[in-house]
Design a protein. Structure first.
Length: 255
C-alpha cells in the first residue's frame, strides 16, 4: 500500500514538534515540579487538561475525535481510522503497563513527599495501590500550604495515580491518538483538527510534568514510543483492515 508523502512528512514534523519541549527540558535537567502553585487557577487548567486523558474521561476524548472525524472523512477512511487508532490505543495501554512494572520508577510527587519526610518511598511502593491511597489520604492533609499549596482535586488525583512513573501513559495515549487519527485526516486535507490534537498532546505531556506525575524523561520517551507505535499501527492496521473491510462494510450496511 502506498501512502501519500505529504501526510507522512507532516506527521514527522508534528512528531518532532511534540518531542521538542520534553527534549529541551531533559537536556537542561530542568524539572517543572514543584514550580507551579497547585492551588491556583492555572493548576486547575492543567488538572482538567490531564483529566481529558485519564480513565474514564479518556474514552470520551477518543469518542469525540471519532465523532468529529465522522463529518470530515469518507466512510471507508473513517472506519479505517477508527480501526487503526483503536488498535494503537490498546497496544499503547498494554505497553505502558508492562514498562511501568519493568522500570518501577517513583513519581516526582512521591519523591517530594519523601524529601519532606512525609513517607518512605520503599515502604510506599511495597504496599498495594489501595493501601497507597489510604496512606496518601493520611499524609496529604499534613502537608503545610507554606511548603506546597495543593488543591483538593489534585490531592485526589495524586491518591488515584499511585503507580510508577515511567513511562507516561497519558502522553503515550495522547500522542498515539493524535498521530493515528491525524494521518487519515491529513490525507483528506483537514488541518484544523490535527493542529488542535497536536497542541492537546503537547500540553498533555506538559501537564503531567507540572502536576508532579512525571519526569521530563518519562514524557520524552513516551512521545518517542507513541510516534513509533503509531507508525507501526498505521502500517499493520491498514493492511489488516483490508481483510476486514468486507465485514465492516456489511455491518455498516445492516446498521
Amino acid at each position: 500500500m502506498k501512502y501519500a508523502a505529504v501526510p507522512l512528512t507532516s506527521l514527522a514534523i508534528c512528531w518532532l514538534f511534540l518531542l521538542s519541549l520534553p527534549l529541551a527540558l531533559f537536556s537542561l535537567s530542568e524539572p517543572l515540579f514543584p514550580w507551579l502553585n497547585l492551588d491556583s487557577a492555572a493548576a486547575q487548567f492543567w488538572y482538567w487538561l490531564t483529566v481529558s486523558g485519564s480513565a474514564p474521561w479518556g474514552v470520551s476524548t477518543v469518542l469525540l475525535v471519532f465523532a468529529i472525524s465522522f463529518f470530515i472523512l469518507p466512510r471507508g477512511s473513517w472506519l479505517k481510522m477508527m480501526f487503526c487508532t483503536s488498535l494503537g490505543l490498546v497496544l499503547c495501554l498494554l505497553l505502558n503497563e508492562q514498562l511501568k512494572l519493568v522500570f518501577a520508577e517513583s513519581r516526582p510527587y512521591i519523591e517530594w513527599l519523601s524529601h519532606q519526610q512525609h513517607l518512605d518511598i520503599k515502604e510506599f511502593y511495597s504496599i498495594d495501590k489501595y493501601a497507597r491511597r489510604e496512606l496518601l489520604a493520611q499524609v496529604l492533609p499534613g502537608v503545610s500550604p507554606l511548603d506546597m499549596p495543593i488543591s483538593a482535586q489534585i490531592q485526589r488525583h495524586w491518591q488515584i495515580e499511585t503507580g510508577f512513573s515511567f513511562p507516561s501513559g497519558h502522553t503515550i495515549f495522547a500522542v498515539t491518538l493524535t498521530m493515528c487519527s491525524s494521518f487519515f485526516l491529513l490525507r483528506h486535507n483537514n488541518l484544523w483538527l490535527p493542529a488542535l490534537l497536536i497542541c492537546w498532546a503537547l500540553l498533555m505531556g506538559l501537564s503531567r510534568m507540572l502536576l508532579g506525575m512525571h519526569w521530563s524523561v518519562d514524557v520524552l520517551t513516551s512521545t518517542l514510543l507513541g510516534g513509533i507505535l503509531s507508525a507501526l499501527t498505521i502500517y499493520v492496521g491498514s493492511h489488516s483492515y483490508r481483510r476486514l473491510e468486507p465485514w465492516f462494510n456489511g455491518a455498516m450496511s445492516k446498521g
